[in-house]
Design a protein around this ligand. Structure first.
Ligand code: FAD
Length: 387
């Protein structure tokens, strides 16, 4: 596997173990069927408990049966899972960074005990409802409302583009609490079998096909007071979850790019044209050299991000830079890899075009490329170009 600057030589024994376990899982459990799942638009459901058993959900949390590994180990895990498919990494990202993280960071002890062990093993599936039909890049415009009702709240509104909503047992729903002054955003743990909850599946996706995506409809849904996340209020709740998930995406995108590169390199050495392998042509070598260099750049950024995160100093703008850079890099690398495979490159027999299609989603979710550009622009100049 491409590691041109030998970054993995510095991994600890625990990080190596996690990398090797994730690679084995991807090779034996993901790769054989992922092309078929992508074609059919299905998620390999049998992998949900398997990933739980392997400790792939929120492994940085310590306690509740979770291993409490470091941030670099977590990043490496995301990289290896996305080398399989962005849909597999999305499953782990959503469950870990967007559902278990807010419960751990902002939940009551009862909420943690109720949900973290089950989500950790994959017995329960969670989803994260922030985006609404009219509010994507600007989630603070959200219209979903929670109205006080005796010892609970009544929720009304709709969320869309929610990874895993049709298969989720619990949704972390962000809504405005209209009973409090200035209607602050609060997080609600909404069991999806509550009256008034609907989770229609979104079909016809041309990207992230091996991932379940849906809506969350909330029609007078009553939730008890004890299902409100007690320790956070305002947009910092959802935004801090997104910073966690984006950190993982910065690593994951490198995995997709690396896997596409490995396919292109093997193909170039194997495919003969004009009396020998296409890898002997300078134009193909230029593409390989450029891809390897860009992937290495992405790896350096991800490894450095991990160091800063483990030190406890990571700023969300630094995560924006890495997400923006590494996803754009993966977008370019997967397309070049696809091109090197000629006609075969447009099939699901090879990984590059599947990765390339997936990366269109990764480029858009968790803050679009444009929005991260604005975040960096505001940080560099001190002048926000958006609210
Ligand atoms: P819009 O915000 O309408 O943006 C459209 C275009 O306008 C983009 O190119 C954008 O960059 C640009 N734009 C917007 N504002 C500006 C500006 N100020 N300056 C310059 N350009 C701008 N959401 C969840 O809450 N939970 C999930 O689990 C989840 N999973 C997803 C899974 C998939 C497969 C997809 C596709 C999306 C998912 N999302 C999820 C939603 C995702 O986060 C949003 O799609 C994303 O935030 C962009 O919002 P939008 O689609 O409404 O695009």
């Amino acid at each position: 596997m491409l590691d041109y600057l030998g970054l993995e030589e510095d991994l600890t024994a625990e990080e190596r173990m996690i990398r090797d376990e994730a690679r084995r899982f991807v090779e034996s459990e993901v790769k054989p069927d992922i092309g078929e799942h992508f074609e059919k638009g299905t998620f390999p459901m049998d992998l949900i408990p398997q990933m739980g058993e392997l400790g792939f959900y929120a492994p940085t949390i310590d306690g509740y049966g979770l291993p409490g590994v470091g941030d670099r180990a977590y990043g490496i895990l995301m990289q290896e899972l996305e080398a399989g498919d962005s849909g597999i990494r999305s499953m782990a990202s959503v469950q870990g960074a967007l559902v278990m993280y807010p419960i751990d960071a902002f939940g009551s002890e009862e909420q943690k005990e109720r949900w973290l062990p089950e989500l950790g093993t994959g017995e329960a599936v969670g989803c994260f409802g922030l985006t609404e039909p009219e509010h994507g890049s600007n989630p603070s415009g959200m219209e979903t409302r929670a109205e006080r009702d005796d010892d609970g709240y009544v929720l009304n509104g709709s969320k869309t583009w929610i990874t895993n909503s049709p298969i989720a047992d619990v949704a972390v729903v962000w809504a405005r609490d209209t009973s409090a002054a200035n209607a602050p955003v609060r997080g609600f743990l909404v069991e999806t079998d509550r009256d008034g909850v609907s989770t229609n599946k979104i079909d016809d996706k041309l990207s992230m096909r091996a991932s379940v995506t849906g809506e969350i409809g909330l029609d007078d849904v009553w939730v008890p007071e004890e299902d409100v996340l007690p320790n956070v209020e305002g947009m910092k709740g959802p935004l801090s979850c997104l910073t966690q998930a984006r950190y993982g995406i910065s690593w994951g995108a490198v995995g997709a790019a690396r896997d596409a590169f490995e396919d292109a390199l093997a193909y170039a050495k194997d495919r003969d044209q004009f009396g020998g392998p296409i890898a002997r042509f300078q134009m193909q070598q230029d593409k390989l050299a450029e891809m390897a260099t860009q992937i290495t750049n992405g790896q350096l950024m991800a490894h450095r991000l991990a160091e800063i995160k483990e030190r406890g100093d990571l700023r969300h703008q630094q995560v924006s830079m890495a997400k923006r850079h590494n996803v754009r890099m993966a977008r370019e690398v997967t397309r070049t890899a696809r091109e090197m495979l000629g006609g075969n490159g447009i099939t699901t027999d090879y990984s590059p075009m599947r990765h390339m299609a997936n990366i269109e989603t990764v480029y858009t979710y968790e803050g679009t490329h444009d929005i991260h550009t604005l975040v960096l622009g505001a940080d560099l100049t001190g002048i926000p170009a958006f609210e």
